[in-house]
Design a protein around this ligand. Structure first.
Ligand code: 6PG
Length: 237
């Protein structure tokens, strides 16, 4: 586990973009799972504004680690957010963008996307392997869309599952633990003071941390990076 602590959310975005540009430059073809929520917006804006010369997007295939079960035009769609902040501003072939179809019946879409990942991704240890999985962490310690009340989804034998948001009841499609921990690289991007307590809990492996889905992220490759801002890292002595 490697911690990269930067002063502000924007600095975290710059650090991650620099890291991502190197990962992409070192590979012929790159398969990346994106996270949703608000933190990635700053990253995608930075990628679009300042890293175009550094990244050959024709080499890059984009996937999502999770998606809300809403149409791609819905304000809560992770795809819509990514399209607005990144996809509409970069020269990436349409066939390289592998959207989770949030408008589909959730059970069918979880099956479809799992089959797509099996077909598109290279294998490692017999499982589909992302070159990099980008993750956020909720205030409750969830990651992707695996929430504490459904932590059993982490161990699913399926590549994708249907999850339910604990407050809104909204269905989500999420990749599961076996894919996350089979990734070559996993990068958490966590910012803000509301995350500080869970960040300490997980990184210090405090008692009970195993009940938090984010604590189960332990890639077999050993390449786990936490990109944190000062606020999220403030309880790490
Ligand atoms: C989503 C995300 C989710 C997110 C965390 C952190 O679809 O909402 O994939 O797992 O990463 O909730 O979100 P913030 O970065 O907005 O705090």
């Amino acid at each position: 586990m490697k911690l990269k602590i930067a002063k502000t959310k924007k600095d975290v975005a710059v650090d991650f973009c620099r890291y991502l540009a190197i990962v992409i430059a070192n590979r012929e073809k790159v398969h990346i799972a994106l996270s949703g929520g608000s933190t990635p917006k700053v990253v995608f804006d930075e990628l679009a504004a300042n890293f175009q010369p550094d990244i050959d997007w024709k080499k890059v295939h984009l996937y999502w680690g999770d998606e809300r079960c809403v149409p791609p035009t819905h304000d809560e769609s992770n795809f819509k957010m990514t399209a607005e902040h990144l996809l509409s501003k970069i020269d990436i072939p349409a066939e390289n963008v592998h959207r989770i179809n949030g408008e589909n019946p959730p059970g069918h879409e979880a099956e479809r996307y799992g089959t797509l990942l099996d077909a598109e991704l290279p294998k490692a240890m017999g499982l589909p392997q992302f070159d990099l999985v980008m993750l956020g962490m909720g205030d409750d310690g969830h990651t992707a869309s695996i929430f504490p009340h459904e932590i059993q989804l982490w161990e699913s034998q399926k590549y994708c599952e249907v999850a339910e948001h604990p407050d809104s009841g909204q269905n989500r499609i999420t990749i599961t633990g076996q894919l996350i921990n089979n990734a070559a690289i996993v990068a958490f991007l966590v910012t803000g003071k509301s995350k500080a307590e869970k960040v300490r809990h997980i990184i210090k492996k405090e008692s009970g941390h195993g009940e938090l889905p984010a604590s189960l992220v332990q890639p077999d490759s050993g390449k786990l990076l936490w990109f944190l801002d000062a606020e999220a890292a403030k309880l790490l002595t």
